[in-house]
Design a protein around this ligand. Structure first.
Ligand SMILES: [Zn+2]
Length: 372
């Protein structure tokens, strides 16, 4: 038997069956260097041991006949996360998850999504999930002398915490470009420890027809995506809007972004798209940073009362955004960007004539094309 044949024969249900029958013992597995021997024995009892759900147990075994031991571990990991009171029983879920196909990672993601769906329907799901919050590890020192711990909590809490840390990390990396993302996140974590970091603005994407339903509280079960990579249901959205200032961007399928809040400091997606198309590159003379890597720049600074509307915005790279002379009353140092008829120009600090970024690709920008 060659390696491929051996791996093909090593299916989870076969191994579990042999453990259950006593043909293979936990001691055998450990002697052969199988790390999760104890877990295998547990799963053998689950899939072959006594249960009142004989039919479902058999169905799960049949559905999972092709699964590798790693895939079955993933299935069981997610079965453990099913909350009491969900619309499916543990065994129904097992049958469903055992039927998943794909790589272990694909099965992992698909299973997580399905169990999340079931858990969302559980009354008091948030409180129950919060009961499983944890900070674990940090006890073992590795060969380098480092330690690691993991933090588990509701997605929104974690996203909020990391959003704040990421904001500080971005600043640290601008100050010291040699920092890697991970290093900056660590330094920012220490910086913000206990200090209540500034929160990232999170926008919930809400299609226009759904928004009226949510406002009438009829869209409770509908799931919406948020720009921090988390999701939220209509019911949670209404609850959040009532307790804290949340940002909700309403998007019409044809017209795009519908609402532009006067009080919203951060430009919406539609504005970013239009501004990016307008300028293609950072408008600073000589700059080659593409719009997609630029930040949204307020031409009249937010602090000076500048509004978040297209006329007052431009894309600008991180360097030229930071170097811009935002305060018109302060002595000029680097000059400032300004919108003139025909596009955004740079006014040099010496009071000389306005200059454009004349990079050739900008002749194809939306603004240049609209001038011809
Ligand atoms: Zn630039």
């Amino acid at each position: 038997m060659n390696t491929l044949e051996m791996l093909r024969a090593l299916r989870a249900m076969t191994v579990l069956g042999d453990i259950a029958s006593g043909a293979v013992t936990v001691a055998d597995l450990e002697a052969l260097g199988i790390r999760d021997a104890a877990a295998w024995a547990r799963h053998a009892a689950t899939y072959h041991g006594p249960t009142r759900q004989r039919a479902r147990q058999a169905a799960a075994r049949a559905a999972g006949a092709g699964l590798s031991p790693d895939a079955l571990m993933v299935v069981e990991k997610h079965v453990r996360k099913l909350l009491a009171g969900a619309a499916v029983t543990e065994w129904e879920l097992r049958v469903e998850l055992c039927a998943l196909r794909g790589t272990v990672e694909e099965i992992d993601r698909a299973a997580a999504t399905r169990v999340r769906e079931y858990n969302r329907g559980v009354e008091d799901a948030e409180r129950k999930a919060y009961g499983r919050r944890a900070l674990k590890g940090g006890k073992n020192t590795d060969a380098l002398g480092n330690r690691t711990f993991t933090v588990t909590g509701p997605e929104r809490v974690i996203a909020d915490v990391l959003g704040g840390i990421r904001t500080v990390a971005g600043q640290l990396r601008r100050d010291d470009p040699r920092l890697t993302y991970e290093q900056a996140m660590f330094d920012a974590f220490l910086d913000t420890r206990g200090g209540g970091p500034a929160r990232e603005v999170v926008i919930t994407v809400l299609p226009l027809p759904e928004s009226t339903k949510v406002l009438r509280q009829e869209g409770d079960e509908t799931v919406f995506a948020r720009t921090d990579g988390t999701t939220i249901t209509g019911a949670e959205l209404v609850a959040e809007a009532m307790v804290e200032e949340g940002y909700v961007g309403i998007f019409d399928p044809v017209r795009g972004g519908v609402n532009v809040y006067r009080d919203e400091r951060f430009a919406n997606f539609k504005q970013r798209v239009l501004l990016s198309a307008e300028t293609i590159l950072c408008p600073h003379p000589g700059c080659t940073t593409p719009a997609n890597q630029c930040q949204v720049h307020h031409l009249t600074a937010w602090e000076q009362g500048g509004e978040t509307n297209i006329e007052n915005l431009s894309m600008a790279c991180a360097v030229h955004n930071a170097r811009n002379d935002d305060d018109p009353n302060a002595p000029p140092r680097n000059g400032r960007l300004e919108r003139r008829a025909g596009g955004v120009v740079h006014l040099p600090p010496d009071g000389g004539p306005p200059r454009e970024n004349i990079h050739p690709i900008r002749t194809l920008s939306a603004m240049a094309l609209s001038r011809t």
